[in-house]
Design a binder for this molecule. Structure first.
Ligand SMILES: C[S@@+](CC[C@H](N)C(=O)[O-])C[C@H]1O[C@@H](n2cnc3c(N)ncnc32)[C@H](O)[C@@H]1O
Length: 253
C-alpha cells in the first residue's frame, strides 16, 4: 500500500463507520445490493478484499457460519482493528495484490464469493489483480467489484472532483479486465439518492477527509475548497445521486 494511502486509512480508521452514521439508509441499501449481487449461500466461503472495517458485509453475514468465516482482508491494521468481534468474520492482514499472486495465503484454497468494494483504485496492477483473484474462485464463484465511476455528482469542490477522476478506473475497463480472465461478466450501475446536512458534509470533507483524495490537499486548499462548496451550495440540505458501478464476473460452473 502506498504510504499516503496507508496514512489516510490510519487517520480515518477510528471513525470510518462514524462517517456513515448520518446515513443508515445508505449503509443498509448498499449491504442489500451487495447481498443480492453475490447470492451467498450457507456454507459458501467469502472474502471481502480491502474490506476495511467490515461495514459492508453485514448483508452477507446471515448466510455465513462460524465454520467457514467470511474473510475480511485489508492491508491496514487500523481498519481491521475496527471489524466487530463476530465468530462469522476472520480478519486477514494483506493487500489485494498479495492475495491475487498467492503471496498471502488465505485459509481457503478457493472461495465462492469475492467482494472488492471501493478499493480497486488503490491496487497497483488492476488487470493483473483481477486476473489473480479470478483464479481463487471455485466453479460458479462470483467476483464482485463495486467502484465509483471517475466522474462524481458529489457537491465537492472542483479540484477534488478532478483529482478523484484522474485516479479512478473506468468501470468498462474493469469489466474488460474481468472478461479477459474468462469470467462471465456483467456491468450495471446502482444508484442511491443522498440528502445530507450541508454543515455535516463540509465537516466530513474538511475535518474527516473522508475520501482518500482529500488527503492529498493541504489544510489551506481544503479551506478554499470548502469555501467554494459553500458558495455553490447555499442550501442547508445537499442532495445528489451516489452512483456505483457493480462489475461482477462468474466463473464457469
Ligand atoms: C474506501 S476503503 C473501503 C473499505 C470497505 N471496502 C468499504 O467499502 O467500507 C478502501 C480500503 O482499501 C484498503 N486498501 C488500500 N490499498 C489496498 C490494496 N492494495 N489492497 C487491498 N486493500 C487496499 C484500505 O486499507 C481501505 O480499508
Amino acid at each position: 500500500m502506498h504510504d499516503a494511502v496507508a496514512a489516510h486509512y490510519e487517520h480515518l480508521a477510528d471513525d470510518y463507520d462514524g462517517n456513515w452514521a448520518h446515513s443508515d439508509a445508505y449503509v443498509t441499501w448498499m449491504n442489500d445490493r451487495i447481498a443480492q449481487w453475490l447470492r451467498v449461500r450457507p456454507g459458501d466461503r467469502v472474502a471481502d478484499i480491502g474490506g476495511g472495517t467490515g461495514l459492508f458485509v453485514r448483508g452477507l453475514l446471515p448466510s455465513v457460519s462460524p465454520d467457514t468465516p467470511l474473510l475480511c482482508v485489508d492491508p491496514s491494521r487500523h481498519m481491521l482493528d475496527q471489524v466487530p468481534a463476530d465468530p462469522r468474520i476472520r480478519t486477514v492482514h494483506a493487500g489485494a495484490e498479495a492475495v491475487a499472486t498467492g503471496a498471502a495465503s488465505l485459509p481457503y484454497d478457493q472461495v465462492e464469493a469475492i467482494l472488492v468494494k471501493e478499493t480497486i483504485h488503490h491496487v497497483s496492477d488492476i488487470a493483473g489483480t483481477i486476473h489473480g483473484l479470478s483464479q481463487r474462485l471455485a466453479p460458479g464463484g462470483r467476483l464482485l467489484v463495486v467502484s465509483l465511476p471517475p466522474r462524481l455528482e458529489y457537491p465537492l469542490f472542483q479540484a477534488a472532483l478532478d483529482r478523484f477522476a484522474a485516479n479512478q478506473p473506468e468501470p468498462e475497463d474493469l469489466a474488460t479486465a474481468m472478461r479477459a480472465t474468462g469470467l462471465d461478466t456483467e456491468l450495471r450501475y446502482e444508484e442511491f439518492d443522498v440528502a445530507v446536512d450541508r454543515e455535516h458534509y463540509i465537516r466530513l470533507v474538511q475535518h474527516n477527509r473522508w475520501m482518500s483524495v482529500l488527503f492529498t490537499f493541504t489544510e489551506d486548499e481544503l479551506a478554499e475548497g470548502t469555501a467554494e462548496m459553500r458558495r455553490a451550495h447555499p442550501e442547508s440540505i445537499l442532495r445528489y445521486t451516489d452512483r456505483f458501478a457493480f462489475v461482477q464476473g462468474t466463473a464457469p460452473g
